[in-house]
Design a protein around this ligand. Sequence first.
Ligand SMILES: *Cc1c(COP(=O)(O)O)cnc(C)c1O
Length: 409
Amino acid sequence: MNIPFSPPYIDQDIINEVNDSLNSGWITTGPKVKALEEEIKKLTKVPQALCVNSWTSGAILMLKWFGIGPGDEVIIPAYTYSATALSVLQCGAKPIMVDITDDFTIDVIKIKAAITSNTKVIMPVDIAGWPCDYAAINELVQNKDIVAVFKPNHKNQEKLGRILVISDAAHSIGAKVNEIETGLLTDITIFSLHAVKNVTTAEGGVICINLPNSFNNEEEYAYLRMMTLNGQTKDAFTKSKAGGWRYDIIDLGLKINMPDVCAAIGLAQIKKYDRNLLLERKRVFYQYSQAFSNYNWAITPPQDTETIQSSYHLYALRITDISESERDLIIDEIAKTGVAVNVHFIPMPMLTLFKNLGYKMEDYPNTYKNYACEISLPIYPQLTEEQVKYIVSSVVNSYQAVKLNVTNS
Ligand SMILES: *Cc1c(COP(=O)(O)O)cnc(C)c1O
């Protein structure tokens, strides 16, 4: 049986919505993007949602908006997809990596130890769709001793008066803490709508703007929207209207807007997300957890509690007492059965760019420990119960073949 890792969810409603965009005579940023932003506001209850062409470009935009540049430090976990750090490097600032805890999220004690007078932003990552400890992180940035060392050097830094929290919620759309959706848990939250994410526009991202009272979220949305369009006062849709030709360029923006034809995919998906697609992911997640609870070598990922609900983006299985090379051999065995699995993530200090910048794996022991024994299993709405059973037995047989020298069949 061949089981892909993460095929996109495409049904007739999605095809209809894309066709509607194609047939409308307007394919770039316009009514579909607006409708998608409205659906995201409805789902997450955030004051403002701004669609862009990727998580990465959205993060660069928000760091620039906060005046981040050379000399500034942004605290991130060592365990994440590289885009978290790359967005910081693109602004000329320094990513300060810290270690994680055993639920894969950034260690708040390590954040505290890493804060200096150059710290401007913290970017926690909701790995696998499991929200970070935002109560602790928000308390930390508002702590008076921490506020006292904050040195603003930009108008938005002065207006906020403390470290900004930008949540890397690339995985966690629809996750909740105390019934509050991701998007509302921090100042800024960015979702990714990349092809492998829970909701997709092929490529895309959404910036949720939830700034405190010293800011007007609606005005910031209008400004940021313009900054996604080269700092141009009118978008192409407005300019295309009769008599609407005149515009101005008022600031140095980026060109990172989302096209309508892409937004249409996400629009059709998000309409069935919380009542259908997310529940199907949850079904697969719990079928795995149930099955693996029978094996004492399997560490199942954190499960929903009274207060925390995941978005079940990844099923990050860990295996006790194996080395990194044994994990790799297990993956090779699994691949022979036609099941595509993955590893989330190769820690950034193991990648060439970051090694060359001086980051060292031995500084993040818990990141390495969790990476070395991790295997991400397929999780998506289209997976049947039978396929999940097949994946479980593939993993079990592969573990036994590598670790116990047992060969089944
Ligand atoms: C996918 C991902 C990103 C990047 O998203 P893009 O939309 O591809 O730019 C950032 N952070 C994490 C944790 C991701 O998994």
